[in-house]
Every structure is written in C-alpha cells, then in structure tokens.
Write a protein that binds this ligand. Structure first.
Ligand SMILES: NC(=O)c1ccc[n+]([C@@H]2O[C@H](COP(=O)([O-])OP(=O)(O)OC[C@H]3O[C@@H](n4cnc5c(N)ncnc54)[C@H](OP(=O)(O)O)[C@@H]3O)[C@@H](O)[C@H]2O)c1
Length: 324
C-alpha cells in the first residue's frame, strides 16, 4: 500500500540518536508533515502538557523514541529517575495519543527487557521468563510496561477504535548522535573515544576491561530507523503473522555478533590507532553472549544493510565532527 506522505507524524525524542535517525529516514522517504518538540518545549513526564500537545496537534502517527536512557553507571545511580520518567513518558504519550484518535504508534524498547540468563539467541518469547539484569531492572521494567501498555490498548480498543500500537526491541545501537559521556556511554562510543585519544596522545597501548571474549551484537542506528518505519508501515494482517495480542513486540537485531576483542580491533582500525590492544583479565566480563533472535522481522521482509566496519567509520566521522 502507498504511504500517505502528508500524514502528520510526531517523532518524540527527535534530537536523540534514534529519533533523529527516524526523522532522517522519514524525510528521505518524502514525508513532509513531521512534527516534534524539544524536551524543554514539552516535558513528556508532564501529563497536562502532553494532553494539551496532542489536543492541539492531533497527529496521525507517533514514533515514541523519547526515553531516559543511559549506561550501567547512570542506571545504577539513578534507578528512581529511570523507572519514574520512563513510565511517565510512555503512559502520557500512549494514553493521550489514544485519547486524540492516534491509530498508529511505534514504541521503542530495548533488549534489556529479556532475562539476564535468557537462552541465546533471545527470541521474543523469552520476555518475562526469568529474572532481569539487576543493574538496569527499573529501566527494563518500564520498557516491559511500555510493551504491555501498547498491547493492552490494542486488545481493548483495537476492534472498537482501530488502535494499532506496535513495539520494536532493538539490539545495541550505535551511529551518528551517539552519547560520548565518560560515565554514561555504551561500548562502541567508549571504544571510539578511547582509541581516538590514544591515537592523538600516541599511547603505546589501550587496555580494555575483561577478557575480550564476550559476544555482542550491534546495529547501525539508520538501519534501526529503517526498521522502525518499515514496521510502522506494515499492513496489520502482515504484522499479525509474526505478532500475537499478548506477544506483540518484534526484535530488531543485526543478525551477526562479534567478540569484544574483534570489536576493539575493528574500532582501532577505523580510528587509525597503531598501538597495541591489551585486555585486563582481572576485570569482570558481562554475560558471555547477548544476541537477539531476529527471525520475525526478517520474515516480515526487513534486513539491515550497514555492515559493522562501515557503520563504525560513519560513527567515527560523526564523533570527529562533535569533537570539533
Ligand atoms: N541507544 C541504544 O543503544 C538503544 C538500544 C536499544 C534501544 N534503544 C531505545 O531507543 C530509544 C531512544 O534511545 P536513544 O539512544 O535515541 O536515546 P537518546 O539519544 O538519549 O534520546 C532520547 C531522547 O528523549 C528525550 N527525552 C528524554 N526524556 C524526555 C522527557 N521527559 N520529555 C521530552 N523528551 C525527553 C531526550 O531529550 P533530552 O536529551 O533533551 O533529555 C532525547 O532527545 C529509547 O527508548 C531506548 O530505550 C536505544
């Protein structure tokens, strides 16, 4: 079915890494009526402000890519803020989208919804099958609530109001707009920063925590944006071939994983660092593998296109621009 390029689309979190990539993707496809608000203009934890925004704007579609996001340190230090803000943002956006007649909404979750010891690869059915990783449990609980919120509105209002709210669970993302905060960033931005600084300072070696053997999966953020727009645009009958009323979320992975050692060597190559890479094996490794099962989205017809080395090159270019 041909997309209506004039429909009004609200991208919540449009200045974030994922939200900005979704805006780029929509604009490249020719969508002309994309609306957004900065955090300062509209605090999504403020229910009356969100209600007024939806009442005034009445969008046709919503991409919910606004969230309080952070690494282990931030999640561990501010658990109350992480659960409270994320629950408030998603409750307000989903509920007021519904009140104002929005039929299509896409909720962005995260692979941390799956149990800490989930069988690998982690399929959608692993949800709620075990204990979560304690360091980001409050954040994960909010994300699980977001999925169940969308499902519950579909179940109660799908038939009567045509509500069709979907959820996508990305693996680890990286790319333009990533966060390089020293206490709060993910592994790829941390490695880019470390290797870049080591190159500038001509450091003889870079020391990486752990053995380098854990395997992780990474998806370039523009591929994630493409997956989001793809899932939003799927006919309901087709989406429903891979989703059930009470297991409606769809994983979005890269389909390949690498060891942390392989990743570090790739980042070093992309950055142009010529020194040695060493591993501090006295430091703890995380889980041996975290890999998403992406068969459902692949069956629906979507696959990523940006290989890890190419994506790392683009991420490094963006880092250099941010550093200027
Ligand atoms: N990055 C990843 O590796 C990854 C992996 C899996 C899933 N995801 C999911 O993708 C989504 C987006 O992540 P991201 O990496 O793009 O995060 P991000 O770069 O931190 O962007 C989040 C955006 O949300 C906005 N925001 C946060 N709280 C808000 C509030 N109360 N009111 C209005 N705006 C608010 C932020 O604005 P301010 O910056 O002004 O606060 C920011 O623009 C999240 O749901 C996340 O769980 C990300």
């Amino acid at each position: 079915m041909q997309a209506d390029l004039n429909q009004k689309i609200y991208v919540a979190g449009h200045r974030g890494m994922v939200g900005s990539a979704i805006v780029r993707n929509l604009q490249a496809k020719g969508f002309t009526n994309i609306i957004f608000r900065t955090h300062t203009e509209l605090d999504l934890t403020n229910q009356s402000a969100v209600a007024e925004f939806f009442e005034t704007e009445k969008p046709d579609q919503v991409y919910l890519a606004a969230a309080r996001v952070g690494g282990i340190y931030a999640n561990n230090s501010y658990p109350a803020e992480f659960i409270y803000e994320n629950l408030m943002v998603q409750n307000n956006v989903v509920h007021h989208a519904f009140i104002c007649g929005v039929k299509k909404l896409l909720f962005l979750g995260s692979s941390c919804i799956y149990p800490r010891l989930a069988p690998q690869p982690m399929g959608e059915d692993a949800l709620l099958m075990g204990k979560l990783e304690p360091t980001n449990e409050p954040y994960a609980i909010a994300k699980i609530a977001g999925i169940k919120l969308c499902e519950s509105y579909n179940r109660q209002y799908g038939g009567s109001h045509g509500v069709d709210y979907r959820s996508v669970m990305p693996t680890n993302l990286y790319g333009p707009g990533d966060n390089y905060h020293p206490e709060n960033c993910h592994v790829i931005p941390a490695l880019i920063k470390r290797f870049h600084e080591a190159k500038i300072n001509q450091a003889p070696q870079v020391l990486i925590w752990g053995t380098g053997t854990p395997r992780r999966e990474f998806l370039f953020v523009d591929d994630m944006a493409a997956a989001s727009v793809f899932v939003m645009g799927l006919d309901k009958a087709i989406y429903d071939t891979q989703a059930d009323p009470m297991r409606s979320h769809i994983n979005v992975g890269f389909g390949k994983d690498v060891t942390i050692s392989e990743l570090a060597h790739l980042v070093s190559k992309v950055v142009g660092y010529k020194g040695a890479i060493c591993f501090d094996t006295s430091k703890p490794d995380g889980p041996p593998r975290k890999y998403m099962e992406s068969t459902r989205i692949n069956t629906l017809g979507w696959k990523p296109i940006i290989e890890l080395e190419e994506g790392l090159g683009l991420a490094y270019l963006d880092f250099c621009k941010q550093a200027i």
